[in-house]
Design a protein around this ligand. Structure first.
Ligand code: ATP
Ligand code: MG
Length: 270
């Protein structure tokens, strides 16, 4: 039987519009192109993930969290090697139900419990977070094991990251659950702007080798969602495709402990 190396990676920033969903879609697509089986989980009631990939669905994360559907009924195949667990506005109902649970420790672990089955199927689970703190996003934090923080090039954005890092610290105090910072990912980077170069340097000082190579501002990345395509489908020759391929390599390489096994499963990064 093929060995599954299960990495559960959350893409989170409490600030809106930092390219979280773009990163989830194209990280998943890049990993899938290398033969990894990937599940994308949307925790955002805006539901952008399914629409970005053009996935039609009936049951969603709401039905899973409410116990109205099995995981297999809410997970849809989007592309070869990419499955999606979609969300939409109905999730507010699930959020309310979770708040009604007696034991908040149990309420925070519903998603992890329900998605345990995914461990046997996927090499990577990539979780798209909403730009807000909800009980469902807290469920996400209890589920993921690694964190990517996409950050746009503004001073406010750098401050928003401190908030995420504070959250990471707080999770560190929860017994039996470790989340490690995988990468801070600069996005919408415009190298000819002095401001962007300065902020990048500031990020380098703050995060050292946790800072990934920036994703440049690229109109093709902005256009791809309207065509319901990943960047590799929409324009594989674009800067956006180049940058996300580099990021995929960095993610694969980042786990030195697992890297040999991961290369075995999904091919050596070149
Ligand atoms: N590198 C890029 N260059 C140009 N446009 C980009 C880039 N990355 C993302 N975008 C565009 O920026 C906008 C915000 O991106 P995205 O939806 O991925 O952010 P988000 O963090 O998921 O937002 P939200 O907080 O609302 O969920 C989108 O219109 C997207 O197409
Ligand atoms: Mg989003």
């Amino acid at each position: 039987m093929e060995e599954r190396i299960n990495r559960v990676i959350g893409v989170l920033n409490y600030k809106g519009g930092t390219a979280k969903t773009t990163t989830v879609v194209n990280l998943a697509a890049g990993l899938a192109m290398r033969g990894a089986r990937v599940l994308c989980v949307d925790l955002d009631p805006q539901g952008s993930l399914a629409s970005h990939l053009g996935v039609q669905y009936n049951d969603s994360l709401t039905d899973l969290l409410l116990g109205d559907a099995e995981p297999s009924a809410c997970i849809y195949n989007a592309r070869e090697n990419i499955d999606v667990l979609p969300s939409d506005r109905s999730m507010l109902k699930a959020e309310k139900e979770l708040w009604n649970m007696e034991d908040m420790r149990v309420a925070r672990r519903v998603l992890s419990d329900k998605l345990r089955v995914a461990d046997d199927v996927y090499s990577f689970v990539i979780v798209d977070f909403p730009p807000s703190v909800t009980l469902i996003s807290q469920n996400g934090l209890m589920y993921i094991r690694e964190l990517v923080i996409p950050m746009i090039m503004s001073h406010l954005s750098v401050m928003g990251t401190r908030q995420v890092l504070g959250t990471l610290k707080a999770i560190g105090r929860i017994p039996d659950h470790q989340v490690r910072l995988l990468f801070v990912l600069p996005t919408l980077y415009v190298g000819r702007l002095r401001k962007d170069r300065e902020i990048l340097e500031q990020m380098q000082r703050m995060f050292g080798d946790k800072l990934a190579e920036p994703i440049r501002n690229n109109v093709k990345l902005a256009e791809a969602p309207a065509h319901q395509q990943t960047i590799f489908e929409y324009d594989p020759r674009s800067n956006g495709a180049d940058d996300y391929i580099k990021f995929v390599r960095q993610v694969i390489r980042a786990d030195s402990f697992f890297s040999n096994q991961i290369e075995g499963v999904i091919g050596r990064p070149d």
